[in-house]
Design a protein around this ligand. Structure first.
Ligand code: AMP
Length: 322
């Protein structure tokens, strides 16, 4: 059913020759452990899907959308998808539409060779890795493309306040990827909690024929949530970064174990991070579904934060379910 790794390898070297956006910055030779298909055009993916899925009959297809630079957080989404589905597709696409003009689009880590090795070892069946031109034509980053706009109440607060246009970019690319891949299940990490709410609403509001499956946050031993952007942290910043999770835990304890008023607990959390050199964009307690700000104790609650450490913007959250 699947092609040999040779097709993936030759497609990769072809892409290396043609990449126009600096999309690939590795060139070590690569040994892939198992059959895995690398598709870089809509036609190639659709052809693979027709052969691998449609002809096989009633199989469940899982999609794990990523921007690459894979780590154990991504791999836990893939592990879950492997449990639920017969066929697992991982997309690797750094989506220009979700980056602001002063954000890290061009320097976002691109590590396709290493990613392919990890995905091959994990038994992923197909990687969809289109170029920007392939997915958007000439429309990306301009107002010449159709954009999906999620409900305002979900996108204007929290990360949306600091990253205008970000969730429109996310909703648009998720819609496109789901239209191409046509999965039964799509996997998203709770690490990007607001994004998860946005894609849940996207699927229900646009009647997309798939189910979103959330996956818990994977953390380093010291509590720092895994993120591709952690690679940007200096040694000193990396040493400080776990304070984000410690602060979230402290706010939770204040609110739920010590009866501290919500606003006071949040204010103390912001102060603690600020005193350690973080530039806190927000630290808020929200309704876990609507993301409405809460000033009293309520379950389920999610406590979310975004804070910059030097030039690196980190996000994290904890969900209080019972
Ligand atoms: P990204 O490549 O950053 O767009 O992430 C792709 C997917 O992996 C998103 O659904 C993220 O929420 C998820 N993800 C990233 N980091 C983690 C983590 N530490 N734990 C769980 N999921 C994660």
């Amino acid at each position: 059913m699947r092609k040999t790794s040779n097709s993936a390898l030759s497609a990769m070297s072809e892409r290396k020759k043609t990449a126009g956006t600096g999309a690939i910055n590795e060139d070590e030779p690569l040994e892939l452990a198992s059959n895995i298909e690398l598709t870089q055009s809509l036609t190639a993916f659709r052809e693979w899907r027709r052969r691998a899925v449609d002809k096989a009959g009633a199989v469940k297809v899982g999609l794990v959308p990523t921007m690459g630079a894979l780590h154990a957080g991504h791999m836990s989404l893939i592990e879950q998808a492997k449990k639920d589905c017969d066929i697992v597709v991982v997309s690797i696409f750094v989506n220009p539409l979700q980056f602001g003009p002063n954000e890290d689009y061009t320097r976002y880590p691109r590590t396709l060779s290493t990613d392919m090795k990890m995905l091959s070892d994990a038994g992923v069946h197909c990687v969809f890795n289109p170029s920007v031109e392939e997915l958007y034509g000439q429309g990306a980053g301009t107002d010449a493309t159709t954009v999906v706009v999620p409900p305002r109440f979900l996108i204007e607060r929290l990360c949306g306040e600091f990253r205008p246009g970000h969730f429109e970019g996310v909703a648009t690319v998720v819609c496109k990827l789901c239209n191409v891949v046509r999965p039964d299940y799509a996997y998203f990490g709770e690490k990007d909690y607001q994004q998860l709410q946005v894609v849940q609403r996207l699927v229900s509001d646009l009647n997309l024929n798939l189910e979103i499956r959330p996956v818990p946050i994977v953390r380093e031993h010291d509590g720092l949530a895994l993120s591709s952007r952690n690679a940007y942290l200096s040694k000193e910043e990396r040493a400080k970064a776990p304070l984000i999770y410690q602060t979230l835990l402290q706010v939770k304890k204040h609110i739920f174990a010590e009866n501290v008023p919500v606003e006071q607990a949040l204010a103390e959390g912001r102060k603690r991070l600020g005193a350690e050199g973080f530039e806190v964009q927000y630290l808020q307690a929200c309704d876990a579904e609507t993301l409405a700000f809460l000033d009293t104790r309520k379950i389920p609650m999610v406590i979310l934060t975004a804070a910059k450490l030097g030039a690196v913007r980190l996000i994290d959250n904890i969900i209080i379910r019972d």
